[in-house]
Design a protein around this ligand. Structure first.
Ligand code: F6P
Length: 624
């Protein structure tokens, strides 16, 4: 794919004051990191040593002299910070940036070789160096006219081969050609998977399930997810479902994830105990990169949908991981629109000059907020109930990608990276955690709204429609954060002196506003890609590897050690002692847990749903 090095001319920006507390925390962290700095044979100069970084550090002083209340009166500045591309409006005028801040940030992007890194990603280089893999989720949405080469092979035809297989299979299930073991149509789908094999598909499903077009296509069908290994989730996911009409999709990139595999065995037992062993062939399919393990599990590889190691788990919703369940529920054409939406942003990200490039601008502002203004978190606040699962999905995309303490060469980073992403749909969040955002910590916010609602309600006699009411809050909150309310304003309103400190809003709290024309399969793909690429921009500039996730490993290893001991303790009826190698706290807690349920019957237990298979006063062990 031909990639050109486009102009990096910046445009405008604005700014304001830093909080003393966060500064102290930052300095302490910096000192601690200096003392624990790791070494690596091929060390690169960290971006924080670059002149562009230093320049931004000094520039913070200028920003501290400003307040968003004043910056928002500068119409020229404001209008230069509203960008519209691919039908999406991004307004970052309420960020604490001046026009020169943006110039400096784009210089930093240049110093961090952002253009080269984006090009390397799109051209299939193994930029995930700790796992020696390419990073090519963009290839999952590339049309057949594109050519994307990984290790000498164009992968676009492979992607479309799997998409075609999904199309054929989902149509057969949907039109009743593919029937269950007892001859009934499979109208319910349960997806078993966790992390990236769950959150992305759930996000898209939630985003489009009330879109009228998608709703019409999903008539008479149900899509559910089983992620948590908690038996409560099993009970909830299977509640009211009939195995005869249920298709199970086991989704796991590795097909080794402990939670998913136990849940898959559980659901397989639910199917086979009702319909017999042979029912697996008709009722269970898989999505994985590990077709060998799929076969060993008992699912015919013919009924498996492949993807590739160049797709990271948290970036896999555009592979069969998301496309298969979504095509089963909404029809293949809907998923095609979703892929087209994501690709529109991929192209924009790849080809647009940085000063007009939405993911680049959002990513650079995030770098500014985290590493220079020391904001610890970011709130994702969709004024759109259908985006309720955006924040949980982006939590993984962002925090698993950029929650790192070392650079890609293994050296310890001496600046803050990553942010704590969280969020809830407006207006629910307003009645929950917005107090802290308005008067407590400084948390940059993303306000996301739609011009048209998926559903409309407008009652006779009401001043506005329900969607307009929702959006009034979208507009108000961003200004409330930016402007604040001063003691002078309060005095003018005759607020008693004692209440003035409590009713004062400092303002100067940054946010971006993102406005979509409406939420449908296409724009859901766009918003997904926008966030994915923003995260990549941040990681590229910080110089870390956004595509590995070693931080999730240690807990898995410890859990598997405890699993062995748990089995032994239950089968031998023993408690833990210091010999088991745990500290006093873990030994105490384990023993409290073990002795809280009577003796285990693992060895000859029967399959039981949904009761725990451990004897206790409330839960009887089944007798033979
Ligand atoms: O817990 C980390 C992780 O590896 C995620 O990155 C991934 O999305 C999830 O586990 C599930 O993995 P798999 O799809 O292999 O079951």
């Amino acid at each position: 794919m031909a990639l050109t090095n486009k102009s990096r001319t910046p445009n405008s920006a604005s700014a304001s004051r830093r909080h003393t507390l966060t500064r102290h925390v930052h300095l302490a962290a910096k000192k601690a990191r200096r003392n624990t700095s790791a070494t690596c044979s091929a060390m690169e100069v960290p971006i924080s040593k670059d002149a562009a970084w230093k320049d931004l550090e000094e520039h913070v002083n200028a920003i501290e002299e400003t307040h968003l209340r004043d910056l928002m009166t500068d119409e020229e500045r404001v209008m230069s910070m509203i960008k519209e591309s691919e039908g999406i409006v991004v307004d970052y005028s309420r960020q604490r940036v001046l026009p020169e801040t943006m110039t400096k940030l784009l210089k930093l992007a240049e110093a961090a070789k952002l253009r080269e890194k984006i090009d390397s990603m799109f051209s299939g280089e193994h930029i995930n160096s700790t796992e020696d893999r390419a990073v090519l989720h963009v290839a999952l949405r590339a049309p057949t006219t594109e050519k994307i080469v990984v290790d000498g092979k164009d992968v676009v035809p492979d992607v479309h081969e799997v998409l075609e297989k999904i199309k054929v299979f989902s149509e057969r299930v949907r039109n009743g050609e593919w029937l269950g073991a007892t001859g009934k149509p499979l109208t319910n789908v349960v997806c078993v998977g966790i992390g990236g094999s769950f959150l992305g598909p759930l996000f898209v499903h939630t985003a489009i399930e009330t879109n009228q077009e998608a709703m019409d296509k999903a008539q008479g069908r149900e899509l559910r997810f089983l992620a948590n290994v908690d038996p409560v989730d099993v009970a909830r996911a299977l509640s009211g479902l009939d195995p005869e009409t249920t298709l199970v999709v086991v989704v796991s990139k590795t097909f080794t994830t402990a939670e998913t595999m136990l849940n898959a065995r559980t659901v397989r037992t639910w199917i086979t105990s009702a319909l017999g062993q042979d029912a697996v062939a008709k009722h269970m399919v898989a999505v994985s990169t590990n077709l060998k393990l799929v076969k060993e599990f008992g699912i015919d590889p013919e009924n498996a949908f492949a993807f590739w190691d160049w797709v990271g788990g948290r970036y896999s919703v555009c592979s069969a991981v998301g496309i298969l369940p979504l095509a089963l529920q909404y029809g293949y054409e809907t998923t095609d629109l979703f892929l087209q939406g994501a690709w529109s942003i991929d192209k924009h990200f790849r080809d647009t000059p940085f000063d007009q490039n939405l993911p680049v601008l959002l990513g650079m502002i995030a770098v500014w907020n985290v590493s220079f203004l020391h904001c610890p978190a970011r709130a994702i606040l969709p004024y759109c109930q259908a985006l309720a699962k955006l924040a949980p999905h982006i939590q993984q995309v962002s925090m698993e990608s950029n929650g790192k303490g070392v650079a890609i060469d293994g050296t310890t980073l001496d600046f803050e990276t990553g942010e704590i992403d969280f969020g809830e749909p407006g207006t629910n969040g307003q009645h929950s955690f917005y107090q802290l955002i308005h008067q407590g910590r400084v948390i940059p916010c993303d306000f996301i709204g739609t011009i048209k609602s998926q559903q409309s309600v407008y009652l006779k006699g009401e001043v506005v429609s329900n969607h307009d009411e929702l959006m009034c809050n979208f507009f108000a909150q961003a200004d409330a954060l930016a402007q604040g309310k001063s003691a002078t304003d309060l005095r003018a309103e005759n607020v008693p002196d004692a209440l003035i400190p409590h009713k004062t809003f400092t303002g100067n709290r940054p946010s971006s506003s993102i406005l979509l024309p409406e939420l449908n399969a296409y724009t859901t793909g766009q918003i997904l890609a926008l966030y994915e690429h923003r995260v990549a921009v941040q990681g590229f500039v910080w110089g870390l590897n956004s595509f590995d996730q070693w931080g999730v490993e240690l807990g898995k290893v410890l859990a598997s050690q405890i699993r062995k001991q748990m089995n032994e303790a239950r089968t031998k009826g023993r408690l833990m002692s210091s010999q088991d190698g745990h500290n006093a706290s873990t030994t105490y807690l384990l023993n409290k847990y073990l002795s809280g349920k009577a003796q285990l019957k693992y060895a000859d237990a029967k399959d039981v749903f949904p009761c725990d298979i451990i004897a206790s006063e409330d839960c009887k062990v089944p007798s033979d």
